[in-house]
Design a protein around this ligand. Sequence first.
Ligand SMILES: [Zn+2]
Length: 443
Amino acid sequence: MSATRWHAPYAWLPGGLARDVVFEIEDGRFTAVLPDTPGGAAGAARRLPGIVLPGLANAHSHAFHRALRGRTHDRGGDFWSWRERMYGVARRLDPDGYLALARATYAEMALAGITCVGEFHYLHHGPDGTPYGDRNAMGEALRQAAAEAGIRLTLLDTLYLAGGLTPEGHTPLDGPQRRYGDGDVEGWADRVAELKPSAGMRVGVAVHSVRAVPREALAGVRDTAAGRPLHVHLSEQPAENAACEGHYGLTPTGLLEAEGLLGPMTTAVHATHLTEADIAALGQSRTTACLCPTTERDLADGIGPARALRDAGAPLSLGSDQHAVIDLLEEARALEMHERLRTLRRGRFDPGDLLGAATAHDGLGWPDAGRLEPGARADLVAVRLDTPRTAGIAPDQIVFAATAADVDTVVVDGRVVVEAGRHVLGDVAALLKAAVEPLWETG
Ligand SMILES: [Zn+2]
């Protein structure tokens, strides 16, 4: 691959906002990043509009939940009633339908400036729990979907053994949950071992939650992770805490700590309802906290202690989770706005903190991405400064004004995936419609 040269009026470099920045890219990496190069737009350089951000990292995704958008928000109820609707969609997916839905969903992510997704994947088997001929057919559909959509994937293959947790113990998988299960932790690890990384995909592991994985299986997950990313839904709902404390006499965080699952390669997703001891344990172990603000508010989960976690030492990342919204700029903004609502104080995070959370690739196992600097993976996200939303703003406050609709150009590992707001696959809305509507047809 020959070298390419780009110029942008503004860019968010590791030191903050810079002007007149030239990027040189070779073999998918930045070879030079040169601020204050006013003549940089001349000659062979390709011009990017507005402000260039590092590639955005969507640290928590369930691709198939995209089918629930705009179909589940008008009901009352809570997380648990929403979950019943989600199971109804899960029941209808096979590898072909999953490929179509995930490809369209990941293409929507690319349009939003997301260059890497962490897919928390538990839809493993056929509807009655029988494995497909290739036991990883659903995971392989996700690999293909991400490759065709042009973004990187960390496949977080998820252990899911129990239907729920009560103070009396775990309940068996039931109904649609049967397709999530591998029988035991050994069966799961055996299947995960058959998944191989490829150029655009890394393999990580996940514990669905302490509701779905009994304590005796946790050490097996830690050993299977073997230094790869390990994600877990943590304390999203007070009911999970109550069941865990009732059964084990420990909070979910306390249980994970006792079993050695916390650490710098672990990401705790949601981390909403925590004790002070939980926050200290997550921070001291350098466990990443992945907040999903648009999901947490849609499902009436609550507001997590984001600033307290960061102050304790936990890095922050962001995810669009159920994809009611796919807009990492909105998630980043919500991190600050929810803190304001919770604390009655403004300025809890500065724009650099918020963009840092939106571009955090470490917890997905790509430590060489998410920064505009020589040697890093060449991801570029150009956000326009001349749209009705962004016209007239100070570029260093882009995170408080722009939305996914303002993303113009997206480059992933040196490859142009989105240009002038159009994805290389063409009409992404048509792809989404074709993938979603059959899942809701009755009869
Ligand atoms: Zn989730």
